[in-house]
Design a protein around this ligand. Structure first.
Ligand SMILES: Cc1cc2nc3c(=O)[nH]c(=O)nc-3n(C[C@H](O)[C@H](O)[C@H](O)COP(=O)(O)O)c2cc1C
Length: 193
């Protein structure tokens, strides 16, 4: 099985989602936990061809495998019009089904310029992953007024939220360890979806 996979949940250039994903990556690494990071701005253009619902292009196959192999998904979502970005739903829809989701540990971070910190986006994502029988890590982190959380040098400077992110990352790593034997059965094909 692979590492925990951090997903920066938008393809918007210069996204805060990716900046936060890098902060969280640093927190995992400080704790000695290996993680991978994928940002949706790297999605190949070929995957946006409508024919991809039927057949995925060669370049997409490693991305699908990366998700299947991940021991947990740690997703950072912005709030776009009271929801998570459409491209994140499209990314999810292009994954292998159902093996990408069943028994997969999933942790969620929301970030927004508004005061609610993407609570709607996170809760809507919870619905999607619960529907697909993933295991949602209960400790979510919401980051309101996200642009104010970075200092002029681009460092994450909100100590309280940073501590929440640290607690979430360390807790999620333990959550994955507990649930990974079940996930192993799914990915090796010995459990029914
Ligand atoms: C298409 C779009 C829709 C947005 N809708 C909301 C919203 O509903 N609520 C909110 O608080 N902020 C909204 N924002 C602001 C974003 O939450 C804020 O810019 C956030 O940092 C964007 O995340 P990103 O930098 O990861 O793309 C929106 C931004 C975009 C681009």
């Amino acid at each position: 099985m692979g590492n925990i996979l951090l997903l920066a949940g938008t393809n918007r250039p210069g996204a805060n989602a990716l900046r936060i994903a890098r902060v969280v990556q640093g927190l995992y690494e400080e704790a000695g936990i290996k993680v991978d990071l994928y940002s949706l701005h790297k999605m190949p253009l070929e995957i946006f061809d409508p024919r991809c619902y039927a057949a995925k292009p060669e370049c997409w196959l490693p991305i699908q495998e990366m998700v299947v192999e991940a021991r947990g998904l740690h997703i950072i979502t912005p709030e776009y019009n009271g929801s998570f970005p459409g491209v994140l739903k499209y990314f999810i829809d292009m994954l292998k089904f159902p093996v990408s989701f069943v028994s997969k540990p999933v942790a969620l971070i929301g970030e927004a310029s508004g005061t609610w910190g993407a609570v709607h986006a996170v809760e809507q994502l919870q619905q999607v992953f619960s529907y697909r029988n993933a295991h949602i890590f209960p400790q979510r982190v919401f980051i309101p007024k996200v642009n104010a959380c970075f200092d002029t040098e681009g460092r994450f400077s909100d100590a309280e939220i940073l501590q929440r992110l640290r607690n979430q990352a360390e807790g999620f790593a333990r959550f994955c360890e507990i649930l990974n034997p079940e996930l192993d059965e799914v990915t090796s094909g010995s459990a029914s979806a």
